[in-house]
Ligand binder design. Sequence first.
Ligand code: DX5
Ligand code: ZN
Length: 218
Amino acid sequence: MSVLLAPSILSADFGRMAEAVQALDEADCDWIHLDVMDGSFVPPITFGAQMAASLRGLTQKPFDCHLMVDHPETQVRPFVEAGANRITVHVEACKHLHRVLQSIRAEGIAAGVAINPATPVEMVRDALPLVDLVLVMTVNPGWGGQPFLHECLTKVREVRAMAPSAYIEVDGGIDDTTAAAAVASGANVLVAGSFTFRGNPKERLATLRSAACERFES
Ligand code: DX5
Ligand code: ZN
């Protein structure tokens, strides 16, 4: 199973966001991960659909929108209009998860569901037919640069057993030392924020790509 890289612009310089997206456009990566935070579901506020719309013209790469917001149903249409290619919502933020996922699919884009480190995989089992991606958080959402929670890999293995052909995305603390373990556990989409922008994104992503392909010895 090939591994996709989805660098997050959360760790870019927000004053030079266009340059950051252009750098990712030229780098070896597959999707661009947009971390949307509302100051309620998670403490920080990042940006909304207007930012996505402004960046949309800079790259053809798919926008992988991770909504860390309460009431994500209110953001589906704005993000679709902004050019989102996929929208992932948190199970913990959805009172009516199926309805939100159906509304994303009805817009003709891909839907995903995310689980926090404290959320058991059982919470998303019934929603699997409605998604093509499960995002297993490997840190508690809210900030970049936090240490990888190795214990979350048990859930990656559980989701992989439940959904053999799904995208399983891991997000939080992914770097050249954790990527191989995540892939060995069944992840096939790696989000990386601080690792990508702690240097030249092109070089950093090339390093991450090789690390993701390395055999993991447990
Ligand atoms: C965290 C966000 C992540 C964040 C990861 O709440 O969902 O996408 O960008 O950052 P790193 O890769 O620095 O852990
Ligand atoms: Zn994210």
